[in-house]
Design a protein around this ligand. Structure first.
Ligand code: GLU
Length: 505
């Protein structure tokens, strides 16, 4: 069996689309799962769409995500260069080969002549006529011109392209690893330009040549490339090469069912309803965890198997589980709520000590005083299941580092009763006597005060939480009180008992 060699072959035309990251991830998973190689090839031959910095950006996103490649820019490999813009000579050589076999021809038509043809051929049945067997003999190309005429044009320096000769009445059939049998009729295929007038190849020629030269065994890419397959199959046939196996991944849709497109791009939060931002960097900036993004995009089109309800996967687990058989045919809908959920799941499952080291810089940056490493560990341990984003830590955890300056007005209104100050102060009294101060003994103390006053525990728990945190919700009160320490707790309870009644007036 041929070794598994797959590639991610982006065109650096702008930002990294969520769909591209998924393609890169699936290729990486597929290669690692089979002990094969994954390579990165930059398809930068379309100079009109080239965007400065886009390649570097893309490489950085892959690095950030931990999607490593075995061959490619910055890594090297036996099949380079891995930038198509540095391989022009190779494509020209193959284009000449096609010309010599009569599988391609030179076309000198000007843009005006092409437009004229389109207008003339346009009909209700065929609103977008193609340059193929239907018209090619009416055009200015080497199929109809004499050798002398062709040579004169070349000498004159007239711009020309090289086109693929697509046979009439051919059916192209192939078996896609995800979509099954796919058929195309050659009347729907145009005589694709292979070499443009600037001498650069189009995607189609460069892609086929490189997949062959780089010994690619499987092509895994987005469904938008499916319609290019007949042209590619024909090229493989003309060259006498075996085409790699192919797998076309389902599209990713906005929640409103439209294709996730660059046009929708604005910042998250300002998007029109029903749309999501397709730019991976927006999610990175927003503070999403890479594990969550990878996990989420893995599930956008793939599942671990029928009846398997698992949703949380690490990159290693994905490598182990991934197979193309479990990739869906139908389009996936991007669901930001699920991504958010996965983000909090990944955070809450992470080792507390790792979280501490990730969170600490945020605190230092804001000059927050951290009493001790142990203290921070306990706070993180207590809050980690409540964090949706790591950058939300400080807003949620503020009261662990400073006394509350205000008390949530709604909670004051709802929870603070006429006897709350008295109950809180009695609770203070009770815990000040504790020699062994921990969540368990604190709870006992509170229950005792409640019983003595013939009230439910909630009548002290809610006001005490308000005094100590300023908030109405949070982790278990007794754990908070233990972590904060007796001195701080007594100070805050007393201050709350004094201040809150004045706010309530
Ligand atoms: N350069 C194409 C892209 O930008 C590659 C498609 C393919 O993988 O064949 O996605």
């Amino acid at each position: 069996m041929k070794p598994t060699r797959v590639r991610f072959a982006p065109s650096p035309t702008g930002f990294v689309h969520i769909g591209s990251l998924r393609t890169a991830l699936y290729n990486h998973l597929f290669a690692k799962n089979r002990g094969g190689s994954f390579l990165l090839r930059i398809e930068d031959t379309d100079r009109t769409r080239f965007v400065e910095g886009a390649t570097e950006n893309l490489i950085n996103v892959l690095k950030w995500a931990g999607i490593s490649y075995d061959e490619g820019p910055g890594v090297g490999g036996d099949f380079g260069p891995y930038y198509q813009s540095q391989r022009s000579e190779i494509y020209r050589k193959y284009a000449r080969l096609l010309l010599s076999k009569g599988a391609a021809y030179m076309a000198f038509d000007t843009p005006e002549e092409l437009e004229k043809m389109r207008l003339a051929e346009k009909s209700a049945r065929d609103p977008a006529p193609r340059y193929n067997s239907a018209v090619r003999l009416k055009m200015r190309n080497s199929l109809v011109m004499t050798q002398a005429e062709v040579e004169t044009e070349i000498e004159k320096g007239s711009p020309y392209v090289i086109r693929l000769l697509v046979p009439e009445n051919r059916t192209f059939e192939f078996s896609d690893l995800i979509r099954g049998e796919v058929k195309f009729d050659s009347s729907h295929v145009d005589d694709q330009v292979l070499i443009k007038s600037d001498g650069y190849p189009t995607y189609h020629l460069a892609n086929v040549v490189d997949d062959h030269e780089m010994k690619i065994s499987h092509i895994i890419r987005g469904e938008e490339w499916l319609s290019s397959v007949p042209k590619h199959l024909l090229l493989y046939e003309y060259f006498g090469w075996q085409a790699p196996a192919m797998a076309h991944l389902p599209l990713i849709f906005n929640p409103d069912g439209t294709k996730m497109s660059k046009r929708d791009i604005q910042t998250l939060g300002e998007l029109p309803p029903g749309k999501v931002d397709p730019n991976v960097e927006t999610y990175i900036k927003r503070g999403y965890e890479k594990e969550a993004i990878l996990n989420y995009i893995a599930l956008l089109g793939w599942n671990p198997g029928e009846g398997d309800e698992r949703q949380i996967f690490s990159l290693d687990e994905l490598v182990k589980e991934f197979s193309l058989e479990r990739v869906n045919k139908s389009a996936a809908i991007f669901d930001i709520k699920k991504l958010d959920w996965l983000n909090s799941e990944h955070i809450s499952r992470r080792d507390t000590s790792v979280l501490v080291s990730q969170i600490k810089p945020q605190l230092l940056d804001k000059d927050v005083e951290i009493p001790s490493e142990k203290y921070l560990f306990q706070v993180v341990e207590l809050l980690k299941t409540r964090l949706h984003f790591l950058n939300e830590f400080l807003p949620i955890a503020g009261y662990f580092f400073a006394d509350p300056e205000e008390y949530e007005p709604d909670a004051v209104k709802k929870r603070w009763k006429d006897d709350s100050a008295k109950l809180v102060l009695e609770f203070c009294e009770q815990i000040s006597n504790l020699t062994d101060y921990n969540a368990g003994t604190i709870e006992e103390a509170l229950r005792m005060v409640a019983e003595r006053n013939n009230v439910g525990g909630g009548r002290i728990i809610h006001p005490a939480r308000l005094c100590v945190t300023g908030k109405s919700v949070g982790p278990g009160l007794f754990e908070i009180l233990e972590v904060l320490g007796k001195e701080t707790v007594l100070r805050r309870l007393k201050k709350g008992a004094e201040t809150i009644p004045t706010i309530k007036q």
